[in-house]
Design a binder for this molecule. Structure first.
Ligand SMILES: O=P(O)(O)OP(=O)(O)OP(=O)(O)OC[C@H]1O[C@@H](n2cnc3c(O)ncnc32)[C@H](O)[C@@H]1O
Ligand SMILES: [Mg+2]
Length: 204
């Protein structure tokens, strides 16, 4: 089976990518599958900068083509926070539950019509001999007052999708892929698939 390396340490993202790449016949591998520990410091101030940083650093280190994902949640009432700090919003320990608790307490008492938010995702593809390319996607919704559902990862239990009429964590992986920021970014990437898959398939 053809393999594609996603430059991420996040197991939740890895599952999203498995359901998104599966139909193309690709086995998804992540940094967790490698023997060496790789954790790229995210010094960028935009999703795009961080996605490119992760993709290019890992690609150069391993000498192969990789895809990196930088993503996060923007809440209007919090002036776009947690944004690029989504993973470490409640501290460097990167704790999904603590991050959710922090958002819920900051939005306590805020009425539903003022709880608009969106997930954003930028994918960067970097590899030897190719110019790095990026693709982005977003997904509009609102922040719930309490957790709902147990699928997905990160902020999924408190993100309500009006399109699906359910919380993101109440959706199957396939349903999430239809409306998610990651699914949207991957569909952008798909437009370049003929070129990229050739290179990806050829490398393994
Ligand atoms: O950098 P890598 O190793 O890929 O893993 P990470 O978890 O640090 O990933 P990011 O730096 O891109 O931070 C993204 C955070 O945004 C949140 N997030 C992104 N996509 C999400 C999704 O589909 N559902 C829920 N939360 C999401 C979640 O808290 C992530 O930890
Ligand atoms: Mg990160």
């Amino acid at each position: 089976m053809k393999k594609i390396l996603i430059a991420t340490n996040n197991k939740g993202k890895a599952k999203d990518f498995e359901s998104l790449f599966g139909p193309y016949g690709f086995e998804v591998q992540t940094l967790n599958d490698l023997e060496q520990d790789i954790d790229v410091e995210e010094t960028g101030v935009t999703f795009e900068e961080n996605a490119v940083l992760k993709a290019e650093t890992v690609s150069k280190l391993l000498g192969i083509m990789v895809i990196a994902d930088d993503s996060g949640l923007e809440i209007d009432k919090l002036q776009g926070a947690p944004g690029v700090y989504s993973a470490r919003y409640a501290g460097e320990a990167k704790n999904d539950e603590a991050n959710i608790d922090k958002v819920l307490s900051e939005l306590q008492g805020v009425p539903e019509e003022e709880r608009a938010a969106r997930f954003r995702c930028v994918l960067a593809v970097a590899g030897p001999g190719i110019e790095t390319v990026t693709f982005s996607g977003s997904c509009e919704g609102t922040i719930l007052e309490e957790r709902r559902g147990s699928n997905g990862f990160g902020y999924d239990p408190i993100f309500y999708s009006p399109e699906k009429g359910r919380a993101m964590a109440e959706l199957s992986p396939q349903e999430k892929g239809q409306i998610s920021h990651r699914g949207a970014a991957l569909r952008q990437l798909e437009a370049r698939l003929p070129q990229l898959l050739d290179a990806l398939g050829g490398q393994q």
